[in-house]
Write a protein that binds this ligand. Sequence first.
Ligand code: PEP
Length: 246
Amino acid sequence: MAGNWKMYKTPRETATFFDHFKPLVDGYDRCDIVIFPPAIDIPAAVSAASGANIAIGGQNIYWGKEGAFTGEISAEMLTAAGARWTLVGHSERRHVVASETDAEVLKKTQAALAAGLTPIVCMGERLEDHKAGKTNEVLIRQFAGGVAGLTEEQFALVAAAYEPVWAIGTGQTATPEIAAAAHKLIREESEKRFGSDAAQKLRILYGGSVKPDNIRGLMKEFEIDGVLVGGASLDPESFSKIVKAA
Ligand code: PEP
């Protein structure tokens, strides 16, 4: 169960969040709990989460180890700061703040793995593709370009997220059936490339306007292994309710 804070919260607000959130999930070990704060908040989050069943991740990495890449952060830097996970290919990076390509998503995923981070590789179609019935086409293309290039050993270490762009931050959640169908497709593509065992073990999260009042319907779907939550992860009460639906 993962929370993506996007560009919200200062280090002080991060510490306050954990003061409230930690007791709410204390001893809860039915799932991995991961929070992806802005990079500037990672040291505060790592320190506040220490001793709890809560891991911290970065929202983005660059694939180089170091160099003249102003504004970027390497996977090694995240690891050194205490992060254990990273998002890769979030739709806001593909379509809003950068134009990340599938080839870059693959390079970032490989860099994350090389540094010992667990990447969550995000995929999902835009509204126009959804309306045109092109969801499967987009997912197959993003999988082929962004994930299929991994080795079997690498694939065993990644998680995936289906995040339909039209559902992110819009309040318009995909129905559990729509989400499950997309997850099934990602699993089928995984099976074709990496075999049945690896495909069954892949954790696929759903993301897009997940809230405490729709989480149970989503988690009832066999294909949905967890969720990636934006807005509703900013509030300790609401995110803890979502986490406990695992
Ligand atoms: C996200 O940022 O990955 C996300 C799914 O956002 P929201 O839950 O706000 O739609």
